[in-house]
Design a protein around this ligand. Structure first.
Ligand SMILES: [Zn+2]
Ligand SMILES: [Zn+2]
Length: 336
């Protein structure tokens, strides 16, 4: 099969690679669309992957082309892939029953071969069944939507009755996913960013309130979310909150996050809650996710829909920020 293979930092190529075979409860998926995630970039350019050679790609959809011998899903089932495979036996798994608390998980697309290829081997329990093939593009967003949903759940906002005033910092794919769910659950959401390009995408997916970071003067937000990874956004997210507000951090800052003394004191005096957030947990969320995926305007987030041959140049552009981009999808539907 054709696959985009990573050998080490800065060493990757599209080439022939062994096609996987179904075994036990693992099925072979013919990949349709695979998204490039921000977390893939350091793997391609700085660190390499967990082992080598390896096929990255953990945000993808496809159709089962070889059923798992011990599975239930038949050939032809359209699916989205949930990448994490918890061990199920460690302290983290048993105590918290959350996949991202596992101490020795496998991950499709960083520890196991992933979706930047024509075919991928996936454990059946990691397949999310889509309504039909018309949802395959949305399916490539399931991990993103899951992370956004988890952030919203972590904040506690959906457990509180009535519409709440919430702000999301960062209109990248994760921030937009959080904003999407907040609006989906009927909350009053404002998306904040420094880039008009990103705020335009927020509007295109149906977010009514968007504002430039420097123009944000409104206060009294009951919930704030930080999805930009910028230290300045952490400070502002605290400053605009109402007393007893909840601040959920999702963005990763590559530098130290410094909170000024006055901001820290504000957080204490107003008795705010700070919540960490990592990964996702889809248990019990099947129905919500089915509805969320169906209504999500995925195409509006797709800034680039590329052939596998075009992936190499795009990675360079993304790494060097030589063009605007939101979600870059690799289209494997034409490959046979
Ligand atoms: Zn990702
Ligand atoms: Zn575990």
């Amino acid at each position: 099969m054709k696959a985009f293979v990573l050998y080490g930092p800065n060493d990757y190529r599209l080439e022939e690679y062994p096609t996987p075979c179904a075994k036990d409860d693992w099925a072979v998926v013919k990949v349709s669309y695979a998204g490039i995630c921000g977390s893939d970039m350091p793997r391609f350019f700085q660190t390499g992957s967990y082992h080598s050679p390896m096929v990255l790609g953990h945000e993808f959809s496809g159709v089962i082309c070889e059923a798992a011998p011990n599975g239930k899903l038949p050939v032809g089932t359209p699916v989205a892939i949930m990448p994490i495979i918890p061990c199920g036996t460690c302290d983290g798994c048993i105590t918290y029953n959350e996949p991202f608390q596992c101490e020795r998980y496998q991950f499709i697309g960083s520890r196991n071969d992933g979706g930047f290829a024509q075919y991928c081997l996936v454990k059946e329990s990691n397949l999310f069944v889509l309504h039909d093939e018309s949802e395959l593009m949305q399916g490539a967003f399931i991990e993103l939507l899951s992370v956004g949903l988890h952030a919203v759940r972590r904040s506690g906002i959906t457990d509180t009755p009535g519409s709440k005033k919430a702000a999301v910092f960062g209109a990248g794919p994760i921030g937009l996913s959080i904003a999407y769910w907040l609006q989906f659950f009927g909350h009053d959401v404002t998306v904040v960013d420094i880039r008009s390009y990103s705020l335009d995408i927020a509007k295109a997916i149906g977010i009514e309130k968007t504002v430039f970071f420097d123009d944000l003067n409104e206060k009294g937000f009951a919930y704030t979310f930080e999805a930009s990874g910028a230290g300045a956004a952490v400070k502002k997210a605290v400053e605009i909150m109402a007393p007893k507000g909840t601040f959920t951090v999702v963005g990763r800052n590559s530098k130290d996050t410094v909170i000024p003394t006055a901001t820290f004191e504000w957080l204490m005096r107003r008795e705010m809650t700070l919540k960490g957030c990592w990964g996702y947990n889809l248990s019990g969320e099947d129905e919500v996710m089915q509805k969320g995926i169906a209504a999500f305007k995925a195409k509006k987030l797709v800034s680039h829909l590329l052939k596998p041959e075009e992936m190499s140049d795009m990675l360079d552009n993304m790494w060097n920020h030589t063009c605007d981009f939101c979600k870059v999808l690799i289209d494997f539907t034409e490959e046979s």
